[in-house]
Design a protein around this ligand. Sequence first.
Ligand code: ATP
Length: 240
Amino acid sequence: AATAPLLAIRDVSTYYGSVAALRGVDLEVGEGEIVTLIGANGAGKSTLMMTIFGAPQARTGSVVYAGQDITRLPTHAIARLGLAQSPEGRRVFPRMSVFENLQMGASLHGGRHFAGDLERVCALFPRLKERLQQRAGTMSGGEQQMLAIGRALMSRPRLLLLDEPSLGLAPLVVKGIFDAIRDLNRQDGMTIFLVEQNAYHALKLAHRGYVLVNGRVTMSGTGRQLLDDPAVKSAYLEGG
Ligand code: ATP
């Protein structure tokens, strides 16, 4: 028998006022998988990410994580359950140093594993290692994105949620970030849910993917199946 998914989103609808941003979304992430959600601007990708964290909450349907219904839990309670998020727009603390930002990520579990986890993040992103004392706000966009991911990793997540890690970055930096995501999955067995506009990279990396259009999942399959799908190709891959 198949084991229960680590994250199960069942028939979720989320509204901003009277406007539906998600309409009956069903999606699963299994332990050890990389799953990606692709879609155009405004499709509702970030809203799904935020709904998992309970802000805004789903109006209907349920979000179940590790067998627990988290649909109505407050965000701070959800964050304690082993999910970590690197939000869109790389929200680092700009006046703090790189090191202090990473400390903030670790503070959730008291920092017992701090030294080892810091070493791992530095190995994954050598750029950060060279800049531990630099103020985060003076780092380049790509470096801040690495820091946002590194900070999420410091909380030792069982499930890492990434919202558009490639946004606005040069191709070489994007490649570095996607390589790091692959390593985390292969070497640490970390489960990763990745929201991306960069469909090509995301589908190449992911075991499975979902396509979101106007708040609805219109297609799902393995990364390979979606990459080869003519409709996905014409809507998300051409010219990309
Ligand atoms: P992008 O790739 O451009 O970030 P997205 O797929 O992440 O897009 P969302 O940010 O989830 O899309 O937005 C989905 C829809 O919900 C859009 O129509 C957006 O205008 C709307 N929306 C998002 N946030 C709010 C809000 N706080 N209040 C009202 N409407 C919102």
